[in-house]
Design a protein around this ligand. Structure first.
Ligand code: PLP
Length: 401
């Protein structure tokens, strides 16, 4: 089976994800560029209010990126030297790195083999005296088992920082993601649901956490007279009370995010439409398993991840990946379990820690999914996958009579 023995399924390369910017976005950004404030102006508070409202939270705090937002959330949760936070291995490294930033220890709980989300039973087994936080990840846009996780957290006095980088616009038991956990992180990176170039948000219902997040974003500086530790001196006076960072979002980015948020419902509806087209095309095909959907939630479909039936295929995932790439289909792999990265191996994490995640990773393949995909793009993906994976299927097993 020579690669590229025929013309590729499509002429141009289709990425796995990308932004959708329209004229309204460009006009909104231009207006800020012509105005007074490029940063720390009115666009921030106005975006935060609109975002909080959309996800059903009391407060939203915008950050320079999602990783900075996670860094701040771990600070607000009080994670310090030697404290533990339990997270999923099936995620981008940032979900665990944010714990390391504070001298904490990421503890990886294995995933549920159907949803690929962190398994609450595994989480409970790993809770110790030192556990300060649980960081569930809403993998591919499907909410984690949030009721079970919140119940565990409340029982043990632990903070839940939900990594919802994939799940803006998703629901769980009729509630919006962003309204459920103590803090919920969203990313505004261009492959995510809405973008500001770089950007991140924490949604929370807690005023205490909100104030900590605000301070962490701005060097630990406090300006309100009633929050001062020392005697009020004058209008110029401000106090640095804790060690924070410059993690502010610019007004340029905030106004773009705000304009994008107007389109979120449309973006999610189109993502669902594409996911349904894939589901219809691939359901009941022995070559792969389509993403299982837990009826308690509604995914906002950041990723469409299929699990290849490697025992039925003559090729490995990586060979199939290469062949689809040469058809100009930008498949991807999400994710290598975080602790298998060399940095984590140097910290002492080893293969075998989360067997379900490790096995799933070997057979995962992410198909292109983003709202600006045309119906033709979707058909190209379906055609290419059926062709390439179909050619790799083992002959029907012949059973003795
Ligand atoms: C994108 C992403 C992040 C980090 O967001 P950035 O805005 O890129 O810093 C964190 N966790 C997950 C699961 C992500 O997909």
């Amino acid at each position: 089976m020579a690669v590229n023995a025929r013309n590729p399924v499509r002429e141009t390369y289709l990425p796995y994800g990308r932004q959708w910017i329209d004229d309204a976005d460009i006009e909104a950004v231009t207006a800020v560029l012509r105005g007074e404030f490029l940063t720390t102006g009115p666009a921030i508070a106005s975006f935060e209010a609109k975002f909080a409202d959309r996800v059903g939270a009391k407060y939203a705090v915008a950050f320079a990126n999602g990783t900075a937002a996670l860094h701040a959330a771990c600070d607000a949760a009080g994670i310090g030297e030697g404290d533990e936070a339990i997270t999923s291995p099936m995620t981008f490294a940032a979900s665990a790195n944010c714990v390391l930033y504070h001298g904490g220890v990421p503890v990886f709980a294995d995933i549920d083999p159907r949803t690929y989300n962190i398994d609450p039973v595994q989480v409970e087994r790993l809770i110790t005296e030192r556990t300060k936080a649980i960081i569930p990840v809403d993998f591919a846009g499907q909410p984690a088992d949030l009721d079970a996780i919140m119940t565990l957290a409340e029982k043990h006095g632990i903070t839940v920082i939900e990594d919802a980088a994939h799940a803006l616009g998703a629901d769980y038991e009729g509630r919006s993601v962003g309204s459920i956990s103590h803090m919920t992180m969203f990313s505004l990176h261009p492959v995510k649901h809405i973008t500001s170039g770089e950007g991140g948000v924490i949604a929370t219902n807690s005023e205490a956490l909100y104030n900590k997040l605000l301070a962490f974003r701005n060097h630990g500086i406090v300006r309100e007279a009633e929050a001062m530790e020392r005697r009020w001196r004058g209008k110029w006076y401000y106090e640095m009370q804790s060690l924070g960072f410059n993690y502010r979002l610019t007004d340029i980015a905030a106004v773009l995010a705000s304009s994008q948020l107007d389109k979120l419902d449309r973006f999610v509806a189109r993502r669902i439409e594409i996911a349904n087209a894939y589901n219809d095309a691939f359901a009941n095909w022995e070559a792969l398993t389509i993403p299982y959907q837990d009826p308690r939630g509604t995914s906002s479909w950041h990723l469409y991840v299929v699990k290849l039936s490697l025992d039925r295929l003559k090729a490995s995932r990586d060979e199939i990946f290469e062949r689809l790439q040469s058809e100009n289909i930008g498949v991807n792999v999400h994710y290598i379990p975080v602790y298998l990265h060399p940095y984590y191996e140097k910290l002492g994490y080893r293969t075998g820690l989360c067997p379900v995640a490790e096995a799933a990773f070997e057979s995962f393949l992410t198909l292109p999914l983003f709202p600006a995909m045309s119906d033709d793009d979707v058909s190209d993906v379906i055609r290419a996958v059926k062709q390439v994976v179909g050619e790799c299927l083992e002959e029907e097993a012949v059973y003795p009579a």
